[in-house]
Design a protein around this ligand. Structure first.
Ligand code: BGC
Length: 811
């Protein structure tokens, strides 16, 4: 493994970064439910409550120079040396630097001229506050008098306004100061009951709240006026740019150390007792927080709670296989990323600004697949929230805002795959939990105020919608796009100022998607299996008939000779066919047709997958399509707007790679499945080329046609997280929750002797040992559960609280 910038420490579940100048800022997330912080390896980033657009506490400027400028700053003034323990923004060279990104926390330690500083950042579970625990140690051998300054830039305005509407925002930011606590309020009148607080648990020697006073109008963050002068000015901001800055004078004898914490909080005061005097904030909740974290041991205790929280979550699924990168991803980082994508969808990362996308309908349904085993109750709520943004005809809002849970009208709908993903997420939830009652939960349709339909009604509406929206070949219509957001067969855009996803008219168009047809097969089969579990044979039969009919349509209309076609454009021309000049073969239709069961009986599935191997597979992953589009095709849309090798135009889109991994498992080739799995596995990539974080998946790796092949982009918030966990644990390791038990169906590389796994399922713990004495990939020859042989590969549901010992042999 390449260790130029850092390494994994599996025992502590940390990634240890050993130099601050990583190829790109390497991000971690603080927070686990409502309050979040983005925190890079230089503590860059920002903090928000629930919604990065509507409740942003601190400011961040994307696309800054240098990158990742803005965040949680500490300055040390030690004689003539001005430095930052997190390296930025001064970038004074450090004598030592280490950043440990852990689960929900980041710990940065550094040293300069005999002064060692350790800063731990985390959000205690259940708290809407970020704690920065600081320890300063004098290791110089002599006494030291230094000054430490803290700094954050507030922005409790709506974040887009903060970047665009200065005529207003420069006049509404206010502050109050009490002791070491700086309070930031904005429009704290009738419309808002919340404020931000940045406080220190130690007595401070000065403060600033005006950015002009602390930084100076013509200075930069690397040379703030007050720090250069060695004194804050106790400024009170009136509008402009309110900040929180503290000054601490530290006198440390040789060997002495001091510890204290900063608390950056979001406080919702509610409407009662909002003020303690006319216009003056009621600060009781803020004061209580500072007091709480000033108490000895409080921070350690909160950190312990965080660790226990994560140990509990990850304890539900852990594996030991011969492949260390699979182990560390599945056991720690992949599950961690799944929690993040579940929480944030595609809203806030270093590539998603928090002001653009809300929660995606299809994205959130898929994110749930990798999260449902961790906190099923949250998954249940999410399914109902998502379903509430579906319209009564079956169409969906493509995105919704997490704070309001209302569909995002600007992005609209008519992505004709969206509704089908709801079936996948609901079935995954029911298989995981057995909780069929969710189907009876009442969820209205977004366009029908007061409607009281059940979730099951939504699922049926989704099936009916696809069956109804079909084109000349009998295949499902595509609308604005299917999963491939950039395959816009109805936009015909020649206007650079419009969005490919909303341009054009889908009404009356006949462009069709083979991928949606394959996804329909999968969804129909899932729903049929659910009806079977509910003992509703007539509904099973109805869905099985719809399935059979779509299967025939696919085999008759979508087979191209060596693979499945991808789509038909609005003029009826095939896309993803050998007869095309570019874009002859695509991943998505091979994956979904095969996962849906097409071609499995007649040999086409195996042929299609060999074609994938021949035309699309590379050591960096599977390319989305080949050959790339060299020019813009208005009948295809955004896919042809990217340079070859990037994004959907022949980039390696990691998300859809995982479906092929699952497909290889279905076809029984465990060698290919693992080879493909490792081709996009971040710890296995050469970091200088890859550049993104080695511990989380990125949305994209540049394909072989790109100028920079192997370079990753858009890390963290990607559907790759959930699907790769599904591919690894349910595909390769074959531990699959089913309606009436845990199904064991591994498909491993032939040279693996076996593996072990622990899986919590419906309250019982399954200790699983799989052995592979005959060096095959797939097929269970024997299954022994608590000493008793069982026929087939399904372990019956065990009583809650029990531990079940399972051994199985591959045939
Ligand atoms: C979007 C997904 C989409 C994918 C492929 C992602 O950026 O969030 O919804 O399926 O791109 O185009």
């Amino acid at each position: 493994m390449n260790q130029t910038f850092g390494h994994f420490e599996d025992s502590s579940r940390e990634y240890v970064i050993t130099r601050p100048d990583t190829p790109l800022p390497w991000l971690n997330y603080l927070g686990q439910d409502d309050f979040f912080g983005l925190c890079t390896n230089c503590a860059g980033g920002y903090t928000f409550w629930r919604d990065a657009k509507l409740r942003r506490l601190t400011r961040y400027r994307y696309n800054n120079i240098p990158m990742d400028l803005g965040g949680r700053y500490l300055y040390l003034r030690d004689g003539d040396t001005l430095w930052n323990p997190m390296w930025k923004p001064c970038r004074t060279s450090l004598d030592r630097y280490e950043c440990r990104h852990g689960l929900g926390y980041t710990r940065i330690t550094s040293e300069k001229n005999g002064l060692a500083v350790e800063v731990l950042f985390f959000i205690p579970p259940g708290e809407t506050a970020e704690v920065w625990q600081v320890t300063v140690r004098n290791q110089s051998g002599g006494a030291k008098s230094v000054q430490l300054f803290s700094f954050v830039e507030f922005c409790l305005f709506e974040a887009l306004n903060d970047m665009t509407n200065y005529q207003r925002t420069y006049s509404i930011g206010e502050v109050e100061v009490e002791g070491s606590a700086i309070y930031h309020k904005t429009e704290f009148r009738e419309r808002r009951n919340h404020y931000a607080m940045f406080a220190c648990t130690r007595k401070v020697d000065g403060f600033d709240t005006s950015r002009d006073a602390f930084v100076g109008v013509h200075n930069g963050l690397h040379d703030p006026k007050a720090v250069l002068a060695g004194a804050c000015t106790n400024s009170l901001a009136h509008g402009w740019n309110p900040v929180g800055a503290h000054q601490l004078n530290l006198n440390l004898e040789a060997g002495a150390e001091e510890s204290f914490a900063f608390v950056l909080a979001y406080v919702d005061q509610g409407t009662d007792e909002k003020f303690e005097a006319p216009g003056i904030l009621n600060k009781n909740r803020g004061r209580a927080l500072v007091k709480k974290y000033a108490a000895p041991g409080a921070v350690t205790c909160a950190l312990e709670k965080l660790r226990t929280f994560w140990d509990g979550l990850l304890g539900a699924l852990s594996v030991q296989t011969p492949e260390p990168n699979l182990n560390r991803m599945v056991n720690t980082w992949n599950q961690y990323q799944c929690m993040t994508t579940f929480n944030l969808s595609r809203s806030a990362s270093l590539f998603e600004t928090g002001i653009g996308r809300g929660m995606g309908f299809r994205d959130s349904n898929q994110d749930l697949l990798g999260f449902v085993h961790m906190i099923p109750s949250r998954a249940r709520q999410r399914i109902l929230d998502i379903a509430g943004t579906q319209l009564c005809d079956g169409a969906c809002y493509h995105q919704y805002q997490p704070l309001t849970k209302k569909g995002n009208a600007e992005i609209g709908g008519d992505f004709y795959d969206d509704h089908l993903w709801l079936i996948l997420s609901t079935c995954a939830y029911i298989k995981e939990t057995g909780d069929q009652s969710i189907l009876e939960a009442v969820v209205g349709y977004a366009d029908t105020p007061g409607s009281k339909e059940t979730l099951l009604h939504h699922l049926e509406t989704s099936i009916a919608y696809t069956l109804q929206k079909r084109g000349p070949h009998g295949l499902p219509l595509i609308g604005h796009a299917d999963w491939n957001d950039c395959l816009n067969l109805n936009c015909f855009s020649t206007e650079p100022n419009e969005s490919f996803q909303t341009a054009g008219d889908v009404d009356g168009s006949s462009a069709e998607s083979v991928m949606i047809a394959g996804l329909f097969l999968y969804a129909a089969r899932e729903l049929s299996a659910l009806y079977q579990a509910m003992n509703r044979p007539a509904d099973c039969a109805r869905l099985d008939a719809a399935y059979a009919e779509m299967l025939v349509t696919i085999e008759e209309q979508a087979w191209d000779g060596q693979w499945y076609r991808r789509a038909y454009d609005a003029a009826g021309n095939p896309i993803g066919s050998a007869e095309c000049e570019e874009g002859q073969i695509f991943i998505e239709s091979q994956a979904w047709c095969v996962l849906g069961g097409a071609g499995v009986e007649n040999g086409r599935a195996a042929k299609a997958f060999e074609s994938v191997h021949q035309h699309l597979f590379t050591p960096d992953g599977i390319i989305l399509q080949q050959p790339p589009y060299a020019t813009y095709h208005k009948e295809l849309g955004e896919v042809s707007s990217y340079p070859p090798g990037y994004k959907e135009n022949a980039g390696i889109f990691c998300h859809n790679n995982t479906w092929i991994h699952l497909g290889w498992c279905l076809l029984g080739d465990g060698d290919r499945a693992l080879e493909y799995y490792l081709s996009i596995c971040p710890p296995a990539k050469p970091v200088e080329t890859y550049r993104c974080e080695p511990y989380v998946y990125a949305q994209m790796i540049a394909g072989r046609d790109a100028a920079t092949p192997g370079e990753a982009k858009n890390s963290w918030l990607t559907g790759t997280a959930a699907w790769t966990l599904v591919a690894a644990t349910q595909g390769i390791l074959g531990i699959c929750p089913g309606h009436d038990g845990l199904v064991i169906d591994p498909c491993i590389p032939r040279d693996w002797p076996g593996f072990t796994a622990t899986r919590k399922f419906r309250g019982a713990t399954y200790e699983i040992t799989i052995s592979n004495p005959r060096k095959h990939s797939k097929g269970i020859q024997s299954l022994v559960v608590d000493g008793k042989p069982i026929s087939g590969n399904r372990i019956p549901i065990a009583p809650e609280g029990s531990t079940v010992r399972v051994t199985a042999e591959i045939q």
